[in-house]
Design a protein around this ligand. Structure first.
Ligand code: FES
Length: 333
């Protein structure tokens, strides 16, 4: 049992469950962003009892925090009844409480060197999530979980589609992109994330994706295209990768975009390309600055990609009088 100081309710933490996940399963607005130990957003102070720290070297927590009895909720488990101090936020209550399921790799489409579109089949359940959210994957034999966003739409068939990029030292990403055979079983836990599509919001939309941030932006744009507001909506979609070879297939996106009243697709590469590339060249934050039609003050911006890319885009937007309220993003660590 976990008691939050000053709150008139407790929540149960099943044996072996992480404190953050248990809190969200209970529907609480526990603060978090990455859910994988990197950002430090889920820190809490342990007042009574003991916890097991599942990743003592996690980059999201410093020695100074430890000296003050602070832990990461996404990397600690209660070993008995505990009392913690953390500030909950009603706005962070999960719209769909996460759950843990077994899934099977059911398909894989090669997209670009080091990129695959992966299909996972959840056993006996629908794929319930909001477009833009992510799941945590645990691979048999590997320690810890990795976060991957869905690129498809929620469905009753239990299919999760993910855009996965192989990282140089990422054992799990390499297994997912190419090495593990179809039929491999995994654990998926989700949905997580606050950067989901606000389908009722009628403002012009700008989606900005860097690298594997393409997945959640495809899901958001696809969901917007299915709403009754689509024909009145203006959508600009920015997608940046390093080289032309890394540009993934956008044909489904182009088809879905026919539903929008106004549509702009801006694909850019950051490394100097050879003569065969006739698209945009530059970092995606600079491309947005130059190619996004004004005014920006009434648009909603969805951003997904590696933290330096997201930070650079956010900086540009804020200096151009976009407000925090207009920005929706989760950083991929
Ligand atoms: S949410 Fe726990 S460290 Fe990021």
């Amino acid at each position: 049992m976990v008691t939050i100081e000053g709150l008139d309710r407790d929540f149960t933490c099943d044996k072996g469950d992480l404190i953050l996940r248990a809190a969200l399963r209970a529907g609480l607005g526990f603060p978090y962003e990455c859910a994988t130990g990197s950002c430090g957003t889920c820190k809490y102070e342990l007042l009574v009892g003991h916890v097991e720290d599942t990743w003592p070297e996690a980059p999201g927590i410093r020695l100074r925090d430890r000296e003050h009895g602070r832990y990461l909720a996404c990397q600690s488990k209660a070993t008995g009844p505990i009392v913690i101090r953390v500030r909950l936020d009603e706005r962070l209550r999960p719209p769909i409480p996460p759950r843990r399921s077994v899934a099977t790799i059911s398909g894989r489409i090669y997209q670009a060197p080091g990129y695959s579109e992966l299909k996972l089949q959840i056993s006996d359940e629908g794929a319930e999530f909001l477009p833009g959210q992510f799941i945590l994957i645990e691979f048999p034999g590997l320690t810890g979980a990795r976060a991957y966003s869905m690129s498809n739409q929620p469905n009753t068939d239990g299919v999760l589609q993910l855009h996965v990029k192989a990282k140089q030292e990422g054992i799990m990403s390499n297994l997912l992109v190419s090495e593990s055979p179809i039929g491999t079983k995994l654990i998926v836990d989700g949905p997580y994330g606050h950067a989901f599509a606000r389908l009722e919001d009628s403002r012009p939309v700008v989606c900005i994706a860097g690298g594997s941030g393409l997945g959640p932006m495809l899901s958001v744009a696809g969901a917007l295209a299915l709403t009754p507001l689509a024909s009145q909506r203006s959508v600009d979609f920015f997608y940046g990768v390093r080289t032309p070879a890394e540009v993934c297939d956008l044909s489904d996106l182009r088809k879905q975009a026919e539903a929008f009243g106004r549509w702009g697709l801006h694909v850019a590469v950051s490394d100097k390309p050879d003569n065969s590339w006739n698209g945009l060249v530059g970092m995606i934050d600079q491309i947005v600055q130059v190619h996004l039609p004004m005014p920006w003050s009434n648009s909603l911006f969805y951003i997904a990609g590696p933290p330096p890319m997201v930070d650079a885009v956010v900086r540009v937007l804020l200096t151009c009088q976009v407000s925090h309220e207009q920005l929706i993003f989760d950083r991929f660590y």
